[in-house]
Design a protein around this ligand. Structure first.
Ligand code: BGC
Length: 368
């Protein structure tokens, strides 16, 4: 079977054609025909050999964790999915330790031990291949009407998990009824105009937030135009400083960070508003330390009741919310949601996508 594989020891990326085809081994498993696999920043890091661990005993890692597949066959105990269904498969699998309360509770996205595995990233082959077998409990059915855009579900789960936690913590504000997910009257800043940021902006817009997307691209860029067309404000960091952004917005209730840029993020934390929440999702590369105004940040956090948190991966609730939200986005902004997928490529073209030469927003490898 063909599979896009990264060989960390040889520092090579190859489309191999002898990856063993998987077979159903348990009655709880389903066999999938892979349709599309998205390429993201994590894949690019793996392709730079900075990240990514092959399964034990394998010289290579089949990459790919953002996926859309069609169910081909199911084991006798599977009722969650059926042949013909379109499914998104979750990325992370639990660690083996009895003491890891989060994994034992089915919430490996909060794993305490660090011994979790992730398909296409850490210790398990991923989805950039022709067929995959997995336990059906990790699969989420997407409506056929979302076929063209369903590959966006996994990157959207990042925002969904961030927002689920934000509603939980904002229940501390008794007058907001935050738990109902209503952002009307709230102001949010999204840092970054890549797929994670733009999908986060849509998730905030459908909840009623007023949204400012702050990013490097200039004000006339296609990303800026895309933001305007969905009803978000686009502000370029080339022409507007963060204090100026804060003046434009007023009290910043929520920051959704989707850049991995630590200096920009901590400077934005300086302008977070009263009772505000700052959600980090980006993973910065290991570079030289930066300086931050720690006194100011600490002072603000205390005197303004602020909350700062990071979030990684996603649980079943975030996958369900992402599928639900993507349906809402697609009904409201069909052209804009489609425009997030900038190219569909054959597996052989993967290297140009992984090295970033191809440009675009979300590029996808199509297997059939
Ligand atoms: C994936 C997550 C994963 C994280 C860290 C992200 O790109 O979407 O599922 O947990 O990388 O490996």
């Amino acid at each position: 079977m063909r599979a896009v594989s990264v060989f960390p020891n040889d520092k090579a990326i190859k489309v191999i054609d002898n990856h063993p085809a998987p077979a159903l081994e348990a009655d709880t498993e389903a066999l999938l025909d892979m349709l599309e696999i998205g390429v993201c920043g994590t894949d690019k890091e793996i392709a730079r050999f900075d990240y990514g661990i092959p399964p034990a005993g394998s010289p290579y890692l089949v990459i790919g964790h953002e996926s859309l597949a069609r169910v081909a066959r199911v084991g006798s105990a599977v009722s969650r999915v059926k042949p013909g269904d379109l499914v998104i498969t979750m990325v992370r699998r639990p660690c083996p330790h009895a003491w890891c309360r989060s994994c034992r509770a089915g919430r490996q996205d909060f794993c305490f031990s660090g011994d979790f595995t992730e398909r296409g990233i850490k210790g398990r082959h991923g989805f950039m291949t022709e067929h995959v077998v997995d336990d059906a409990s990790y699969m989420h059915v997407v409506p056929a009407a979302l076929r063209d855009v369903a590959i966006l579900v996994e990157p959207l789960t990042i925002a969904e998990k961030g927002l689920i936690q934000t509603w939980d913590v904002q229940e501390r504000l008794p007058w907001t009824a935050a738990g109902d997910g209503d952002g009307h009257g709230e102001k949010a800043v999204v840092l970054g105009a890549g797929p994670v940021g733009l999908l986060g902006a849509l998730a905030l817009l459908v909840r009623g937030f007023e949204v400012w997307v702050y990013s490097r691209e200039h004000e006339g860029s296609s990303g800026a135009q895309w933001c305007d067309s969905v009803g978000a404000h686009y502000v370029s960091s080339q022409t507007t400083s963060l204090p100026e952004l804060a003046k434009l917005v007023g009290n910043i209730d929520f920051v959704y960070e989707a850049t991995g840029a630590s200096a920009l993020s901590f400077q934005t934390l300086e302008v977070l508003g009263i009772n505000g929440v700052f959600c980090f999702t980006g993973v910065p590369g290991r570079k030289a330390p930066i300086s931050i105004d720690a006194d100011l940040l600490m002072r603000n956090m205390v005197l303004k009741n602020q909350l700062v948190f990071g979030t990684v991966n996603a649980g079943p609730d975030a996958f369900a919310a992402a599928i639900d939200d993507l349906g809402k986005f697609y009904a409201r902004w069909p052209a804009q949601v489609k425009a997030l997928i900038t190219g569909r490529f054959a597996p052989d073209q993967v290297v140009s996508l992984l090295t970033g030469q191809a440009g675009g927003i979300k590029n996808v490898i199509a297997f059939s």
